[in-house]
Design a protein around this ligand. Structure first.
Ligand code: UD1
Length: 319
């Protein structure tokens, strides 16, 4: 079914909305699905009236979601499954709901995609699948086995990535284990928002940046357009590119940045002095995290193009 129709779940989310925009630019017909649990209609503003964009306010936990959509649009060729409960602390408070939304719904969508004859299924995995594994850089094979997940979120994402990447029948499944994604449209308003959106907002408002702990913890930050490019390659949208093998792939910069370095970079870019306030370490925080990106480089010739400084400039311009 190479009709160029894609379903994007989580279309009103931070990454999902950027993905929809790119798919429309590539000439695809895009069916967006979101229940606005954490997504925002505003995120879809610049493309919601596009003639090839169709939006449905529905939940991925609904049975027959894909077959219902196929009645109206025909069977889609690619499913991008990004909808999820995205807050780790919320997942700790609601483990059963997290399992239903972040794992069981994935398995059901995968089965529906198989029944509809979809050719690809691309899933939003997470660095949280590695739990407390400290063997850096993190390689795809590490998660599982001895892993202790630090949240129901990490566990459900792990199980989903496995189900998608190891599915040897039905659509070709690719799970992208994304590290710390940042960029325009990332919601800065919650205390659980990503550190970059928080710092950017605080800097723009002239407030001191809030560092939890000593600031020497490190993360692997990857800009949203680079992540979107990985999604498109994983989906095989460029017919001239070599076919991507099914499986699980890290998506990150492959480099570590400390929270303190990040704070200083943002303060420099916004021409603020040393305006940092230190708070106690956040409970459950991991110390260091960085992706090995050898596998995705080999399979998709993907590498990040936007440096942290450039990505921060773009994020700050959007604020
Ligand atoms: C991120 C993901 C999470 C995933 C995890 C897996 C986001 C928003 N969260 O969490 O979904 O489970 O990776 O590894 O991308 N910090 C501050 N000050 C702040 C905010 C944060 O110092 O105002 C620190 C945190 O304590 C942490 C670091 O910055 O040490 C990164 O925090 P955050 O952006 O929330 O991401 P992760 O904890 O890595």
């Amino acid at each position: 079914s190479g009709n160029g129709t894609c379903v994007v779940t989580g279309a009103a989310g931070f990454v999902g909305s950027h993905l929809c925009r790119r798919l429309l630019d590539l000439g695809c017909r895009v069916i967006g699905v979101d229940n606005f649990f954490s997504g925002h209609r505003d995120n879809m503003q610049e493309f919601q009236d596009h003639p090839r964009f169709f939006f449905h306010e529905r939940s991925v936990t609904e049975r027959n979601l894909l077959s219902d959509l196929a009645v109206d649009y025909g069977p889609p060729s690619v499913i991008f499954h990004l909808a999820a409960i995205v807050s780790v602390p919320y997942s700790v408070e609601h483990p059963q709901e997290t399992r239903e939304v972040n794992y069981l719904a994935t398995v059901r969508l995968l089965e529906e995609a198989r029944n509809l004859g979809c050719s690809r299924f691309v899933f939003a995995g997470s660095a949280a699948e590695y739990g407390n594994d400290m063997r850096l850089p993190l390689k795809e094979a590490y998660a599982g086995g001895e892993t202790s997940w630090l949240s129901p979120y990490g566990e459900a994402k792990y199980r989903s990535s496995k189900a998608v990447g190891a599915c040897g029948y039905g659509p070709r499944g690719v799970a992208l284990r994304c590290f710390n994604i940042y960029g325009p449209r990332q919601d800065p308003s919650s205390p659980y928002s990503g550190v970059i959106s928080r710092f950017a907002e605080l800097a723009v408002q002239g407030e001191p940046l809030t560092i939890f702990g000593d600031g020497r913890q490190t993360r692997d930050f990857v800009y949203v357009s680079d992540v979107v490019e990985a999604y498109c390659r994983a989906a095989g949208l460029d017919p001239s590119a070599p076919k991507v093998p099914a499986g699980i792939y890290n998506v990150g910069s492959g480099t570590r940045t400390s929270v303190l370095e990040l704070a200083r970079l943002i303060l420099n870019l916004t021409e603020r002095g040393e305006s940092i306030r230190f708070y106690p370490e956040r409970p459950g925080d991991i110390r260091h995290s960085v992706a090995s990106i050898d596998a995705i480089q080999a399979a998709m010739a993907w590498r990040p193009h936007i440096s942290l400084e450039e990505g921060l400039r773009r994020t700050l311009r959007w604020m």
